[in-house]
Every structure is written in structure tokens, then in C-alpha cells.
Design a binder for this molecule. Structure first.
Ligand SMILES: *[C@@H]1O[C@H](CO)[C@@H](O)[C@H](O)[C@H]1NC(C)=O
Ligand SMILES: *[C@@H]1O[C@H](CO)[C@@H](O)[C@H](O)[C@H]1NC(C)=O
Length: 214
């Protein structure tokens, strides 16, 4: 519930509409959060905090900032992703509740609308998202430019965007809470190729930020 409120309240500006046809959108946002920053404002479960970006989700979005949600389609079934569940537990954990509940939410809200092109079903959706995470390593990309986890070192927000743009060849979006870098998103075409993100409401960060280590 907390995650849902956060998503609607702050992470995603722009109009949400429910229903609609799977595949009827402009591009994907692939969204990761830095755990220590996320857990600074959320009640995370014990044992969840570590130095890592983990997956929040793969979200269909439109160029005007609106996005579809809760499309018609396959109901969530954790058995369908049993083969990658151990990986999902590590790289796509819920930080505030049971992992399968989080995956069920992401699937129902965003996954059902994502089925198009190379994504034929629920398994494809989760498998592709894991592949994107592994292919575009944000922590590694930042480290190439000496942007490292620390409670002390500060980096200008534009330098964080610059580092990721140089590393991956496209412009990402970032969000901060206070001076903490909390969210990074890459944009992908409906063929799952990286593209530069358009400016979107709710995605901004300025001043100096940290990538906290606690
Ligand atoms: C990403 O890079 C970091 C830092 O270089 C490394 O520790 C981590 O294992 C990498 N993650 C993946 C999924 O390759
Ligand atoms: C941050 O600063 C504190 C106090 O100056 C110091 O004790 C600590 O080792 C520093 N941490 C890092 C990661 O540099």
C-alpha cells in the first residue's frame, strides 16, 4: 500500500488511466531505486537494506506523461516465474512487504499493459526486465565516473545524469528525495532498445546529491 501511494503521489506525475489495450503506449520506463535512499523515507523491512539499485518496474508510458494501467490480461501467477524467482528475490525485491505481492502489483498495474512486440506473456515481461537490469548496470556505470556509494561524497545532479548518459549513450531520468539520489529510470522503445528519455513531470533532481552508504 505504501508503495502504491508513493507511486501515485510522487513518483509518477501525469495522468493514469485504467483499462485500455495492452501495447497501446509510446515507450517503457525502466525504473530502479537506490535502497538506502528509498528506505530513508519508507518503512523497509529488517534485512533489506544494502548498497544496491534494485528494480522497481518496467512501466509503459506515453510521450505526454500519461500512462495506461491495469490492462486486461493474464492474472499474476508466481508459478509462471518459478525459474527466475531466486534472481527476482535479489534484484527485484519488495523492500516493504512480501516479494510476490510486489511482483503481482507491478504485473497487474504495468505488466498487463506492456504485452506487445517481443513481450508475449507474463514470463516474458519478468524475464526481459531482469535482462535489462543485468545489461545496463547503473551502479557499475556510475562507478566508471567515480560516483560511488558514500555518505560524504556529493555529486551535482547533472553530473550523475552526464555519467549515465556517457556510459549508456542515452539520457536517463533521475529523482531525489532531499539530497539523496533515489531513483534512476532508463527509457526503452517498444522493441526494448534504449532511447533517451523525454522530459517528464515528476522526474527532476537538482543541486548536489549523495548516493548514501547507510
Ligand atoms: C554491477 O556493477 C557493480 C559494480 O561494478 C557490481 O558489483 C555488480 O555485481 C554488477 N551487477 C550486475 C548485475 O552485473
Ligand atoms: C565520512 O565522514 C566521516 C566523518 O568525517 C568519517 O568518519 C567517515 O569515514 C566518512 N565516510 C566515508 C565513506 O568517507
Amino acid at each position: 500500500i505504501i508503495t502504491i501511494i508513493l507511486l501515485i503521489g510522487t513518483t509518477k506525475a501525469g495522468m493514469i488511466y485504467e483499462g485500455g489495450d495492452p501495447g497501446d503506449f509510446d515507450f517503457y520506463l525502466f525504473v530502479e531505486q537506490w535502497i538506502y535512499s528509498f528506505c530513508d523515507t519508507q518503512s523497509c523491512l529488517p534485512g533489506k537494506e544494502r548498497e544496491a539499485f534494485t528494480i522497481h518496474g518496467l512501466w509503459p508510458n506515453n510521450n505526454d506523461g500519461s500512462y495506461p494501467s491495469f490492462c486486461k490480461g493474464q492474472p499474476f501467477d508466481v508459478d509462471e516465474i518459478a525459474d527466475i524467482e531466486p534472481q527476482l528475490d535479489t534484484i527485484w525485491p519488495s523492500l516493504t512487504g512480501p516479494n510476490p505481492d510486489f511482483w503481482a502489483h507491478e504485473w497487474s498495474k504495468h505488466g498487463t499493459c506492456s504485452i506487445t512486440g517481443p513481450l508475449a506473456d507474463l514470463h516474458d515481461y519478468f524475464f526481459a526486465t531482469v535482462h535489462i537490469y543485468q545489461t545496463y548496470n547503473i551502479t557499475g556505470g556510475l562507478a566508471q565516473f567515480n560516483i560511488l556509494p558514500s555518505d560524504n561524497a556529493t555529486y551535482s545532479a547533472p553530473s550523475v545524469v552526464d555519467a549515465l548518459s556517457k556510459q549508456f549513450g542515452v539520457t536517463p531520468l533521475i529523482q531525489c528525495t532531499g539530497n539523496r539520489l533515489v531513483t534512476v529510470a532508463f527509457c526503452l522503445t517498444k522493441d526494448l532498445k534504449l532511447m533517451s528519455c523525454p522530459a517528464l513531470n515528476g522526474w527532476s533532481c537538482s543541486g548536489n546529491v549523495i548516493l548514501p552508504a547507510t
